[in-house]
Design a protein around this ligand. Sequence first.
Ligand code: BES
Ligand code: MN
Ligand code: ZN
Length: 502
Amino acid sequence: MELKLAATDPLKTKTACLVLGAWEKGLNAPLLKRLDDALQGELQRAVRNGEFSGKEGELLVLRPQPALPAERILLLGLGSRTAAGLEPLRRAAGQAVTALRGQRLTRVVCALPLVELRNGRLDDKVEAVAEGALLAGYRFDRYLPAAEQKSGLLPKSFHLLIDRSSDRNACQQALNRAEQISRGACLARTLVNEPGNTKSPAWLAEQARAVAAEAGLHCTVLNREDLRREGFGALLGVAQGSEREPCLILLEHRGGPDGEAPVALVGKGVVFDSGGISLKPAEKMDEMKMDMAGGAAVIGTLLAAGRLQLPVNLLGVVPAVENLPSGTAIRPGDILTSLSGKTIEVLNTDAEGRMILADALTYVQRFAPRLVIDLATLTGACIIALGRHASAVLGNDQALVRQLLAAGEQSGERLWQLPLWPEYDRQLKSDIADVKNTGGRPAGTITAAAFLQRFVDKARWAHLDIAGTAWNDEARPYAPKGGSGVGVRLLLRFLRNLTVER
Ligand code: BES
Ligand code: MN
Ligand code: ZN
């Protein structure tokens, strides 16, 4: 599906399908009025019959010929316009692409960038519509027979309409941004969807190397020997039950001034989490191939940041391990010495993410980062607390948390803050080591973050628990079931806000 800009009148454009949007109570928008006039009241009749009202997710198909040149019109409900951000546009564009998939259309024309939106700049609307369309086009189909590879059945081209007076250059840049950002998010989805049998830590490192080559990044991979020499005791402890060699992946984007402290992004990279000796139940264990979604988000973000040449220095770190039970695995009760020197009493081998992140956080602070953000599918408790509609954010710097919350609203990858009061830290007190690796059932997401905080010295730091958001158990307007790619669009929005670029 090729995305292009066009500055034509939607009602005078020849196309297999014209995509339009309507806000609830916004059916008198000038374009819709013109449409209704051309169709001699057809739209008003549909509204009166209760077929369409503009509610979010509604879809009305019209056949306007011979009055208009479009063969078909797809009118999408955008929901309430009050206080709406760009998310309704992403959703509607995604819904359009999903509805048209499989029809082998040649040319679709989409007028969604022209809908009225308070404070909505045209280039921002173009970016949102393009993003929704591209993300909705994604399928993980590399293991399906060619006949079922549905990515091929998308419209050949998807034209985004802008008006003649608008800044075409700015809109073209927005379109390019949407393409790079969506690619980053779709790469993260694919890394997550890839099954555990192919997805070894070494495979993940290979993917990171390929990304580095494509995006002009520097990639370094520390292997088991390197990690041993340095003293990554917590990471190596988690990895020791698997025959697959763990590694630590480092991706660097040098887009900012020389010597400027980097923004560090750390992503949990457990390529499969069986729980280890504290084995998980069989039901849904297959989903634990997604336990490297934080790492996938970091790799996807670095890909886009490199290709967009974001003017910032970035450091992506992905500790990659597999958590399996075996004769060499760590046991409940074991004590590991982390890279920081702190000892960890392992009460539950299924609380492995925080241990590999502890070492990764210690390591990344050696680079004196200006701030550190980690992303991890860290706790089942986060799914209980927030479901699949928000990631949890916790941190030691409220200004940073606020910037992340804002980027979450803007990108549609929403966050909700949980407290990190010192009281919670007491649940981690061990009698025989510096810290226990679990704090019991109460406030599981918070005590996991409190554990990480023990390994953060002076850095400004925020932790994102993406356990609920990294995996869609149902299709969304612009995402199929499976890996969501969460984090990529959020982080890119955050980084772009940081650099005051668009
Ligand atoms: N990867 C899991 C968390 C998870 C669960 C992510 C379900 C996505 C869906 C993590 O390693 C884990 O097992 N956490 C334990 C921690 C507990 C043992 C303290 C959990 O949440 O049960
Ligand atoms: Mn686990
Ligand atoms: Zn895990």
